[in-house]
Design a protein around this ligand. Structure first.
Ligand code: FE
Length: 335
């Protein structure tokens, strides 16, 4: 290289370097309020700006349509089926990271490094303190038994969370058993499926039903809202199990897009989300179970006792999603 070429090379480097903004772009299925405390803490620590776009529906379709022009670096979402849907659409890339491998237990990340779980939530029973005896709630299978006739409230069977629960039932017992089980649960409902998980708690408080099916963290949200807390105080949290196994859990997680324009910062944010501080924020502000072993649960979540998660793999459950949807429709669960 002669002097002129060297000077030119130097000029090009000095132009290219400072022009890169320190940022990372996130498409989030999760409510912006949930993500904000994490974003603020990460930016304060690293100086990297995080831009969050809330994408309610059609995440995979949007990433496919945007292709290599997509500004998105990361996708944050709940439900293993949604994570897999994005991976199956071919819009993510594998991420090799010793930090992620150390922080996220193997059962909570993809074998091909395409997605990583950040938190766990269990789908459990909200039980009326007044009308449900200790030990009365046992297994998910038992929810179809006659003793619950007219006593159960639940949201739509086609909601993602319920579809995952039905898929887990198929993983344990097969489709025929699960069809009969769904008919049994439907026959035990106090009212047609409606509302969200919190509405089932409110229905129990109003005396419409004795138990409801819902996710753990909604009780945390209601607990912190002065208007909803009285309803939350009328129920106990019970972790039902699959016969001889554990409670149904799902995850929230993260994946890197195939075209991530800010790959290095995206990796930093992913690793940070799996670390102690972010995991503590997830536990305290959203009452989820942290993925990282050893990070403390919130006081409220700890008060519910130990969670033993079901041993069926989340990938298997996600693969059974179409079969689960079919059964829910077949028995006209919501009708
Ligand atoms: Fe939710």
């Amino acid at each position: 290289m002669n002097l002129r070429q060297s000077l030119l090379a130097l000029a090009l480097t000095s132009v290219a370097l400072p022009a890169v903004a320190q940022e990372v772009n996130v498409y989030s299925h999760r409510q912006p309020e949930l993500i904000q405390p994490l974003v603020d803490a990460f930016t304060a620590e690293t100086g990297i700006k995080v831009n969050v776009a809330f994408v309610d529906k059609g995440m995979a379709e949007r990433l496919i349509a945007e292709g290599t022009r997509s500004p998105a670096d990361l996708v944050l979402t709940v439900d293993i089926a949604r994570l897999k849907q994005i991976v199956d659409a071919g819009v993510t890339q594998p991420v090799q990271s010793d930090v992620l491998d150390a922080n996220v237990p193997e059962s909570m990340r993809d074998a091909n490094d395409q997605w990583f779980g950040l938190t766990t939530r269990a789908r459990i029973v909200y039980a009326s303190k007044d009308r449900v005896a200790d030990g009365e709630v046992t297994t998910y299978e038992d929810l179809a038994s006659d003793k619950w006739k007219g006593r159960i409230c639940i949201r739509s069977g086609l909601n993602d969370y319920n579809v995952a629960l039905v898929a887990a039932m198929i993983a344990h017992h097969g489709e025929d058993y699960t069809r009969t089980w769904l008919e049994g649960v439907k026959g035990n409902l106090a009212r047609k499926p409606e509302g969200g998980d919190r509405d089932q708690v409110k229905a129990i408080a109003a005396g419409l039903c004795d138990i409801g099916i819902g996710n753990t963290y909604y009780i945390g949200e209601m607990w912190e809202d002065p208007e909803q807390r009285p309803a939350a105080e009328t129920v106990r949290i019970v972790f039902p199990t699959f016969e001889g196994d554990g409670a149904h859990v799902n995850i929230s997680g993260v994946a890197m897009t195939k075209s991530a324009p800010n790959k290095e910062n995206a990796l930093k944010f992913m690793e940070w989300l799996s670390g102690d501080e972010a995991q503590r924020i997830y536990a305290e502000t959203n009452h989820e179970f942290p993925a990282k072993p050893g990070v403390a649960k919130s006081e409220l979540v700890a008060s519910w006792g130990e969670l033993t998660p079901d041993s069926k793999s989340l990938s298997e459950i996600a693969d059974l999603r179409p079969a689960a949807v079919k059964l829910v429709e077949e028995v006209n669960f919501d009708g």
